[in-house]
Write a protein that binds this ligand. Sequence first.
Ligand code: GDD
Ligand code: MN
Length: 369
Amino acid sequence: MLSIIIPTFNEKHNVYTVTDRICQVLDGEEFEIIFVDDSSDETPEFLARISKENPRVSYIHRNGERGLATAVTTGFQACRGSILTVMDADLQHPPELLPQLLAKIKTGHDLVVPSRFIPGGDDGGLSLLRKIVSRSARALAWIALKKARHTTDPMSGFFMFRKHIIDGLELNPVGWKILLEVLVKGNYRSVAEVPYRFQPRAGDESKMSFKEQLNYLRHLFRLVCTSPEDSRFWKFSLVGLSGVFVNLAIYTFLVGMFRTNVVLSGVLSAFIAMFSNFMLNDHFTWKNENSQPFLVRLAKFYIYCSIGIFINAAVLTVFYESANLNYILANLLGIATATFWNFTSNNKWTWGTNTGDLIPDDNRENSLG
Ligand code: GDD
Ligand code: MN
């Protein structure tokens, strides 16, 4: 059974039409429609009437509560289907797409996202300003969250999935982007997309606000913090920064207190700083990722970071000598490249974390049996 969850806030002009159009296209399928309503207008009276006339429709009215994403998670808990869809009430998400989405699920995909950004799709139903905001938000999501890259439209408020992919998960969205939450936390193995044209709003007005856009940033930050694969790079950089201070402290101690040779002090303090970086990364950045013996991890860390020093020098040389860049900028570029190398190589080979990649589309049917 398919459960269609529709959050509503003051949508009295749309709830009838959206119900009608869904019932028309899904004729013959087993489905239910659940409205989760926070309205302050007469929408609840409309919903009461619709659910009386149509046994497939039910609604939950939350008194005094607001919030798109929590409305959706309330719907997740109340629904009976094993396949769930979330869509808006205002017909910007055409119900006529539902059979196509369902077909994708039935061929074995766990999650289907209608996308405005693949050939045949279109985000024309948004104003120019909203388009810019929406696309920047998408770019941010892609940068910050690896799993957001599983779809071309992670900002979508329209998607369908098998319920088991969220079983036992604690979904904790702030704001609007419930799909991001499912993408980052869900246990899915394959994602499909279907192109669609985002329609102009049918009736009533948009509830998107500046406050929700700020909430989005909070949500993104929270997702990064709770997702080990996405927070690792930032933790690694933080540890790297601490290494600079360790290095400087030991260096000034050796030179200042013991009048040790400057070059020798530099080498010694670098080695000790690398060791402190290793210990911090082992206990903090890649906590619980110790499939290899301690000494192997330690040796690998030293080897990859030493290669990093060469990469740093090479990039610095290229930009300083050949491109005539300012010497500090050239070194910063070198540091950035080396940091990226150090992170990637150690992530892959020293701590060997699971990449969590999806099954490629061509092999999917085989591997799912
Ligand atoms: N229950 C409940 N509570 N529903 C809400 C609330 C709320 O606080 N706020 C909004 N909704 C409902 C609306 O009634 C509508 O059905 C749906 O959520 C989307 O709200 P819109 O006001 O139509 O948002 P939009 O068109 O600006 O944004 C939509 O398109 C975006 C694409 O860029 C949403 O689907 C976004 O999630 C999507 O990213
Ligand atoms: Mn809308």
